[in-house]
Unconditional design. Structure first.
Length: 237
């Protein structure tokens, strides 16, 4: 084995994980990119996430992107973006963390997990906005594969794929209708979606709020917390 090559490969992946939005937009999702000097965003119809490599450039870029979207995020591990307070205001900082799969703990899948298609786009949007409003656009469905569980002829639980690079895919949009929680749906969907990522020979990752009660569930499936990942939510004045 070429250990130097392996080291370089691991170093490259580590750099990508430190700035997942940036590398997703540079690689798998480059067709969705809106780029400024040192700052990149998804097209707002797809996702309102942005990232940067030069914090000194963020104020100007936020001014420009605010013309396209009323509310939007910058995602960073440690750095605090600069803003032009005449144009943009910060609504809140969401203190989050990144989780990376170590070894998938196999669980029994007892539910019928269905691949979701474009015909389910409205149902996906409505369920996510019911449970977790603000993070998902109708065309976010185009970011990756989504899977669901149906009960009583309606979609009640979802897991999907969001940010993607050549090396990793983020498991995201893990939501269950409030009337159908505590039945193990989310656990089975995350396990299923994780396996689908592994089939593509990519690393499954997750992002969640610090203190989220779902973190122990993810840990039981073989994920571990690896770093902070903060979400700065801005609004247009």
């Amino acid at each position: 084995m070429n250990w130097q090559f392996l080291y370089l490969l691991m170093t490259s992946l580590e750099n990508k994980l430190k700035n997942p939005v940036w590398y997703s937009l540079n690689e798998t999702h480059k067709k969705f990119i809106i780029t400024y000097d040192g700052v990149q965003f998804y097209h707002p119809d797809i996702c309102t996430f942005g990232s940067f490599t030069n914090v000194e450039k963020t104020a100007k870029a936020l001014n420009e992107y605010s013309k396209l979207s009323k509310n939007f995020f910058l995602v960073s591990e440690h750095e605090t973006p600069l803003i032009d307070s005449n144009t943009v205001f910060i609504e809140k900082k969401i203190e989050g963390c990144q989780m990376v799969l170590d070894n998938l703990v196999d669980i029994k899948i007892t539910e019928n997990i269905v691949p979701l298609t474009e015909k389910h786009a409205n149902e996906i949007y409505e369920l996510i906005w019911l449970v977790m409003p603000g993070y998902y656009q109708k065309r976010s469905f185009e970011m990756g594969h989504f899977f669901g569980i149906f009960k009583d002829h309606k979609l009640v639980s979802i897991s999907g794929q969001r940010m993607q690079s050549d090396d990793f895919i983020e498991v995201s949009a893990v939501v269950t209708h409030p009337d159908y929680t505590r039945r193990g749906y989310a656990k089975q969907l995350v396990a299923h979606t994780t396996k689908e990522v592994l089939k593509q020979k990519k690393l499954p990752i997750l992002h969640t709020d610090k203190g989220n009660t779902a973190i122990p569930l993810y840990e039981k499936l073989g994920y571990r917390v690896t770093r902070d990942m903060n979400w700065w939510l801005y609004g247009r004045k």
